[in-house]
Design a protein around this ligand. Structure first.
Ligand code: GRF
Length: 224
């Protein structure tokens, strides 16, 4: 069997996406290992999750560095020192620079709690609710130098329900995030992903051409 793909997970918060990756690896649904968890926040809950599972963790406080590039230079050192092959942003609240992207070309992923390009940036669930959208979701994408912008690997749609508030919607989106990230990384581990400009081709991924999500549901039938 091929060597497991070495991940470096960057996070600033609670780390439920990290936990989902840990669980997917333990369940043998993801052929990867987590080489290191790095956080810019010493209090990030994700660091405790890493420690619980015996995963090396490193704190790199962004305030200690004179520039974003200097901060990223240190991140690259830490990631290289742990043999990382794929960088996974999982609630990492810093914009990355060409320093990190150049060290890991087409090897930096992000997950966003909306169907990009809708609702980029902070508080995506709140943005979707305030806009009155009926469907939102999850996007896993490659990272480029613009926030929430790089080529999209996978999206999962999630309906917005009439009684949703930010927290309820967030919890439903989060469940889909956990599936989506493990799946996208597994495709990369299997070498099934190719990037062609803005388009990401996934070799052999199942597609249901008739799949739809209507929110609210519709009773009208198609004529053909
Ligand atoms: C997720 O909603 C992710 O989409 C966003 O940050 C959040 C991280 O959540 N980029 P967690 O720390 O993994 O629970």
């Amino acid at each position: 069997m091929a060597r497991p793909l070495a991940l470096g997970v960057l996070l600033s918060g609670g780390g439920t996406n990290l936990q989902a990756l840990i669980d997917a690896i333990a369940a043998r649904a993801l052929d990867a290992r987590i080489g290191v968890v790095v956080s810019n926040q010493a209090a990030a809950g994700g660091l405790a999750r890493a420690r619980t599972h015996g995963i090396p963790s490193v704190v790199v406080p962004h305030g200690d560095f004179p520039s974003r590039a200097a901060f990223d230079t240190r991140l690259v050192e830490v990631l290289h020192a742990h043999g990382v092959e794929l960088v996974v942003l999982a609630g990492f609240m810093r914009l990355v620079t060409p320093v990190l992207l150049g060290a890991f070309p087409a090897r930096v992923l992000n997950i966003h709690p909306a169907l990009l390009p809708s609702f980029p940036g902070l508080h995506a669930e709140r943005q979707a609710l305030e806009h009155g959208a009926r469907v939102t979701g999850v996007t896993v994408h490659f990272v480029d130098e613009h926030a929430d912008h790089g080529p999209i690997i996978l999206q999962i749609a999630v309906p917005i329900l009439p009684d949703d508030d930010e927290e309820r919607l967030h919890l439903r989106i989060q469940r889909q995030e956990h599936r989506a990230y493990a799946q996208a990384i597994q495709w990369i581990a299997e070498g099934r992903i190719r990037i062609d400009g803005r388009h990401v081709l996934v070799d052999g991924a199942p597609i249901d051409a008739d799949a739809t999500l209507a929110s609210p549901g519709v009773s009208q039938r198609t004529s053909s």
